[in-house]
Design a protein around this ligand. Structure first.
Ligand SMILES: C[S@@+](CC[C@H](N)C(=O)[O-])C[C@H]1O[C@@H](n2cnc3c(N)ncnc32)[C@H](O)[C@@H]1O
Length: 403
């Protein structure tokens, strides 16, 4: 059978083998566009093997311990999925026929609940919700026919969360180990307008190459996501350290002793912060939200917050990294947003010589008004918005026109 874009190596296993102890499962780690390489590096360090990069996904193999570690520690991922099966189905009826053959009774009985998420990109499935309903019917019918009882759906707190992925006629079904998506670290209670996804924030920090030894500033911090993720990274705090529930907690092979060991091993690597992290914003509401979130994330001893306009920021050391996620100006007059970016450029030139500045924005036109020479440019998406994450090295002679 033609595979769904994966190498033949990632041959799906028999669904009933998912609970075999020590079996290396085939995993799909979903992520954001442009950060796949970061996930590859993370998976290597967590002990996954046979790692293969895809588009917004990284495939690999790993046992239960790798699954637990991945859910607890991956900073740059969205979901940890265990591959269950794959088949071709050119429409909802064929999807039902393929899915009803699988031994769902290995997972489910009348006491267990499940839910289905889906990601469908196929002209064979014009009603994506209908496709997921057909999978649900197949699962329920199969379990009822084999056991005499039917499992029930729980969309909020299911025991088993499945993911249905369809690309053209290729159907893949996964078991979701993460539960709520991994960007939801749990510290963000109060939100400002346009908060950045935690996974993206963490990836931005990583991409700057910040080593946790020189100061880091977010001068337009909004809800404080970038500084929080920076502290977590520098201190080796697992991204999901304060999360109490993962998808795998309700699987019938859940091993609490193994999870305790995974947590202990991660805890042993936590270290102190060797430098200072600063978060400031011009808006009182934003700063209050950042302070609330920083406290929730147990980072209040590591991040200095201040109510300050970007133009008034000064460098606290000779070298450091400044990251900003400024307004993109979709609702502003182009002249106003271009001027705003020009002022950002002026502040960076005059107040941050010796620093690296990184800016993420979807506004390519406004970026030109910074008046700085670009030294790196990375394409990313902030939600649906195509953005550039751009680096400026603020050394003497880096102003445009001084080359
Ligand atoms: C897109 S939001 C940042 C979101 C943030 N990364 C987060 O995760 O919540 C842009 C922020 O820039 C702030 N801002 C706008 N103009 C500013 C200025 N001149 N100085 C400092 N902050 C400013 C806004 O108040 C807003 O909080």
């Amino acid at each position: 059978m033609k595979k769904n874009g994966y190498s033949a190596y990632f041959c799906p296993m028999n669904i009933s083998e998912v609970f075999e102890p020590n079996r290396k499962q085939t995993l799909a780690i979903t992520t954001l566009f442009g950060v796949e390489d970061l996930v590859v590096d993370e998976l290597k360090s967590l002990g996954a093997i046979d790692i293969e990069k895809g588009n917004r996904v990284v495939h690999c193999k790993g046992d239960l311990k790798v699954i637990y570690k991945s859910c607890l520690q991956l900073r740059h991922a969205i979901r940890v999925l265990v591959y269950l099966d794959e088949f071709e189905a050119a429409g909802p009826e064929e999807l039902y026929d393929g899915a009803v053959k699988l031994p769902w009774e290995d997972f489910l009985d009348f006491k267990t609940t499940f839910s289905i998420n889906f990601a469908i990109h196929s002209e064979h499935y014009s009603h994506t919700m209908y496709a997921s309903l057909k999978l649900k019917d197949a699962i329920v019918d199969r379990v009822r026919d084999v056991t005499g009882n039917r499992p029930s759906i729980d969309k909020v707190n299911p025991d088993y969360q499945f993911l249905l992925h369809i690309s053209d006629e290729f159907v893949s079904i996964y078991l979701d180990a993460s539960g709520p998506t991994l960007n939801r670290r749990g510290y963000r209670g109060e939100s400002v307008e346009a908060p950045i996804n935690e996974t993206l924030a963490s990836s931005l920090v990583k991409m700057t190459g910040w080593d946790g030894k020189i100061p880091l500033i977010d001068g337009m911090c909004g809800s404080g996501t970038i500084p929080i993720e920076a502290v977590y990274q520098a201190r080796n705090i697992p991204s999901q350290w304060y999360r109490s529930k993962f998808g795998f907690n309700t699987w019938r092979n859940y091993d609490p002793a193994l999870m305790a060991q995974v947590r202990e091993e991660a805890k042993a690597k936590v270290k102190d912060l060797e430098t200072e992290v600063f978060a400031s914003d011009i808006s009182e509401i934003s700063l209050r939200s950042a302070q609330h979130n920083i406290k929730n994330a147990r980072c209040e001893n590591y991040i200095q917050t201040s109510l300050k306009s970007f133009e008034n920021l000064e460098k606290p050391a000779e070298h450091g990294i400044i990251i900003i996620n400024p307004p993109y100006g979709e609702r502003l007059d182009p002249d106003d947003i271009n001027n705003f970016y020009r002022e950002i450029g002026d502040t960076l030139k005059s107040n941050f010589e010796g620093w690296d500045a990184w800016i993420i924005t979807s506004n390519k036109e406004a970026l030109k008004h910074l008046g700085l020479r670009t030294s790196k440019r990375i394409k990313l998406y902030n939600g649906p918005l195509e953005t550039r994450f751009v680096k400026y090295e603020l050394y003497k002679g880096t102003r445009k026109g001084q080359e």
